[in-house]
Design a protein around this ligand. Structure first.
Ligand code: ADP
Ligand code: MG
Length: 213
């Protein structure tokens, strides 16, 4: 069983959006997936309530309960657990990143957001966590990555953590799909948003495999 942490001290970075999309895509790929929602706002849990399908499983727990949830998830045969987190809880962020095999740090490609992720990357580096930054809600590119996204990528080159080569674009499909508890790979399986989630999952899956053979 692999554990993927989704952490960022800034709200609105896309933690929950990426968590439920990656979880749904991994489930579509045949994995048995659990999302542990540790945010008191319960966005992932509310998404699950709106959803018709019973999978991926979504379970709310405070961060202090996560080790126990992981133990039980292993016993139940889950292949993958994603832990969605609340913004601005440095102790909780560190705890989740420590429990995870690998973590993603979503960030919008904007100056204030980049400033904010340095807090998260410093914190994770202190505990020697495996992680990468994922640029999310990026402007649409024309035939490739948008130049702003590329600039931000360069600005982050000195960061403690690498930037994932797959960035996720700001697309209405990501918001539309969530309204009735779906994900883009169900809502518009051949769309560009679905392709990005596929590419992102493939990259993350490699990191999970590489870090935990
Ligand atoms: N790639 C994206 N494209 C369009 N909207 C997005 C994207 N990522 C996030 N959003 C929107 O931004 C808002 C914040 O995202 P959310 O996942 O709730 O962030 P967090 O969990 O980090 O607070 C939500 O309204 C979500 O629908
Ligand atoms: Mg959230």
């Amino acid at each position: 069983m692999k554990v993927l942490g989704v952490v960022a001290q800034k709200g609105g970075a896309g933690k929950t959006t990426l968590t439920v999309h990656l979880a749904t895509y991994a489930e579509l790929q045949g994995l048995s997936v659990l999302v542990v929602d540790t945010d008191a706002q319960k966005s992932a849990s509310k998404w699950a309530h709106r959803r018709e399908s019973e999978t991926p499983a979504v379970f709310y727990s405070e961060v202090s309960g996560v080790p126990d949830v992981l133990k039980k998830a292993k016993g139940k045969g889950f292949d993958l657990v994603l832990v969605d987190t609340a913004p601005s809880h440095s102790v909780d962020t560190a705890k989740v990143a420590k429990l995870a095999d690998f973590s993603i740090i979503p960030s919008r490609p904007a100056v204030f957001d980049i400033d904010a992720i340095s807090n998260t990357t410093r914190l994770l580096a202190q505990i020697d966590a495996n992680a990468a930054i994922v640029l999310n809600a990026c402007p649409v590119g024309r035939g490739g990555e948008n130049s702003l996204t590329t600039e931000v990528r360069k600005a982050l080159a000195d960061s403690e953590y690498p930037v994932c080569p797959v960035s996720v674009t700001q697309r209405a499909a990501f918001t539309h799909a969530l309204i009735d508890g779906r994900a883009v790979n169900e809502f518009e399986p051949t769309g560009k948003a679905a392709k990005e989630i596929q590419n992102l999952w493939n990259w993350i899956n490699e990191q999970l495999g590489a870090k935990h053979g």
